[in-house]
Ligand binder design. Sequence first.
Ligand SMILES: Cc1cc2nc3c(=O)[nH]c(=O)nc-3n(C[C@H](O)[C@H](O)[C@H](O)COP(=O)(O)O)c2cc1C
Length: 279
Amino acid sequence: MTISETIKLRRSCRTYRDAPVEAGKRAELHTFLEANRATPFGSAVRFALVDLDDLDADARRPLGTYGVIRGARLFIAGVVGAGPRAMEDFGFAMERNILAATALGLGTCWLGGTFRRSGFAGRMNPGDGELLPAITPVGYPGEARSLTDRFFRFSAGSDRRKEWHELFADGDPETPLARESAGAYATPLECVRAAPSASNKQPWRIVRQGSAFHFFLARTPGYDRMPKGIPLQNVDMGIALCHFELAAAERGLAGRWGIGDPGMSPGGREYIASWTADG
Ligand SMILES: Cc1cc2nc3c(=O)[nH]c(=O)nc-3n(C[C@H](O)[C@H](O)[C@H](O)COP(=O)(O)O)c2cc1C
C-alpha cells in the first residue's frame, strides 16, 4: 500500500473487535514508535504503547475514554516538550504512528478530548514541561459501529470534507487553486483534505506562491478553549503537514519546512509554516 492510499483508507474507529493485536504487529509498532523522533520544528516527542492486558484492575481504572471507545485494549500515548510549534510537531509525529498502524491493518482514533488525560499521563511519567496532547486506541475494527461511534461521525460530519476552493488558494488568498492547476502537488493537497481534524473542523488553509506553499490556521472561535493548554487545532495543522510531506516525498517532490513572513494574512488567519520546494 502506498502512503497516499494509507492516508485515504484511514478512518476514525471507535468500536473494536475483542481480539488482541498479535505480538508480531505489536513489536513492529513498538519499533516504529521508538524510532519516530523527527519533527519539522525540532520539538522532542516520545511515544509508548499502553496495553490494558498488562495492567491490573486498579491500574486500568484511570485509563478511560468516557465510553467513546469500545473494546480497545491497546493505546498509543505520547508526550511533547512545550515550546513554539510543539502542538504541530506532536500532530506530525503522532499521525505517522496512526498511518503506521493503518498500514498494519489496524484501526485508530485520535482522542484529544474524550479520554482521561491525567490517567494516561500517569503511564508516560511526563517530565517538567512535557504535555500529553492526545492518544489513540489501536486494534481490529469491530463489525458494527456502536451507537456512540455513529453519533460522533454524524455530529462531526466525519464523512465530508470541504471543497478545494475553500481550502486552497493560488498566488493570493482570494484566488482558488483548482485541482487541475496544482500539477504534481494535487495528491499532497488531496491528502491534506483527507486528514483527520478535531471535530472535523478542517482548519487548514494553504496558499501556493511560486514554489512555496504557505499553511494557515483558520481557528474555530471558542473551540480551542478546551482542553486547557492543548490547542487541538494546532495539532490538526501538524497532521496536515505530515500528510503533505509524506505524499510529496512519495512523488519524489523534495522540499523543506520553514517559518518566514509569507507577506499575507488571509482573513486574519494564523500563519503556521511554509513548504518550499527544492530546485
Ligand atoms: C486532534 C484531534 C482530536 C480528536 N479528538 C477526538 C476525541 O476526543 N474524541 C473522538 O471521538 N474523536 C476525536 N477526533 C476524531 C475526529 O472527530 C475525526 O478525525 C473527524 O471527525 C474526521 O473523521 P475521520 O477521522 O473518520 O476521517 C479527533 C481528531 C483529531 C485530529
